[in-house]
Design a protein around this ligand. Sequence first.
Ligand SMILES: CC(C)(COP(=O)(O)OP(=O)(O)OC[C@H]1O[C@@H](n2cnc3c(N)ncnc32)[C@H](O)[C@@H]1OP(=O)(O)O)[C@@H](O)C(=O)NCCC(=O)NCCSC(=O)CCC(=O)c1ccccc1C(=O)O
Length: 337
Amino acid sequence: MDDARRRVAQIANHVTAADDGFSRQTYARADAARVSSYERVHGDVSRDPVSWVKCAPGADERSVASHYELRDVIYEKSPEGIARVTINRPERRNAFTPRTVKEMRWCMDDARDDMTIGVVVMRGMGDLAFCSGGDQSARGDGGYVDAKAGGAEETPRLNVLDLQMQIRRMPKPVIASVAGYAVGGGHILHMVCDLTIAADNAVFGQTGPKVGSFDAGYGSTHMARLIGQKKAREMWFLARLYNASDALKMGLVNTVVPLAELETETAVWCREILRNSPTAIRLCKNALNAAEDGQAGIQDLGGSATLLFYQSEEGNEGRRAFLEGRKPDFSKFKRFP
Ligand SMILES: CC(C)(COP(=O)(O)OP(=O)(O)OC[C@H]1O[C@@H](n2cnc3c(N)ncnc32)[C@H](O)[C@@H]1OP(=O)(O)O)[C@@H](O)C(=O)NCCC(=O)NCCSC(=O)CCC(=O)c1ccccc1C(=O)O
């Protein structure tokens, strides 16, 4: 009986922790014998600070067009395999301009190509905002514009839509680490990330209808998949703001932690992901996206299948046979049921 009571208490502890939104790498244990074999082998996930190294495009990387340096964004990597992209416009609550987005796109491309990176974190500078969406002072008639030297206006763009697709197609998890406001296009950015870790001061919402804007792409359809049609319509039609605990209840975020814990908790989630099979994670992301992303989603899933096949003996038999001018011998490969 005592044992049963102790077991219920353990489960209750577990549930309370999850309901509060705090992830616990080690649940309350009655005694050491209850530690799972996985925990015995792998140990606890470190909560040590991440050591970041700042990165920037080299002078030869003209892909950032005329921007050879990152001005609106801070890009860092850690030797343990985490990349971090920080929108650095706190004076505008981290609102983005086409240039900000261009810089973020360069970072995302780099993080995708870098085979030492297994997970990407996106966040805003400071505690007040993750991102407040498109910079309304840069909004022109046909999109958002960066001012050119001499006062002339650049080509208008809605290039954040390209960034959203880049995050979806990134074959590694992207985690939004949200302190303060995630509103407008900033709210959509966190939604298209694979996971969201929110600080308890986070505030979420779609402000577009208040300022004459909307996102009829992922911003609407993906939101409805996350929180359901009724809530998505409420979020868009009323354009209200929601606190972190509301967001957790709605399924908009994965967890809520005290603001002071946000950086550490984000690092812990990254480290837990980095312990796991990168290929398993890649294929799960592909599969979870595929149902929503149609042909583009299937293309990503198919690309990952080809990547695996290219690494197989069977795939290489075809290549070698061609190069050696002989018939390939596929008879030795099993036809699994
Ligand atoms: C975020 C707030 C709720 C914060 O309020 P508060 O803490 O009181 O701070 P403020 O004093 O308001 O702001 C400080 C300072 O920052 C400036 N600022 C804040 N947000 C923006 C912004 N988005 N653009 C420009 N400037 C901004 C603010 O003016 C202050 O400046 P001072 O000089 O100090 O006065 C609140 O700030 C707020 O509500 N902000 C506006 C939020 C908003 O409406 N965002 C735009 C929504 S529309 C959008 O994001 C579209 C984006 C897009 O590109 C797109 C287009 C088409 C299809 C899809 C998309 C897509 O994104 O998906």
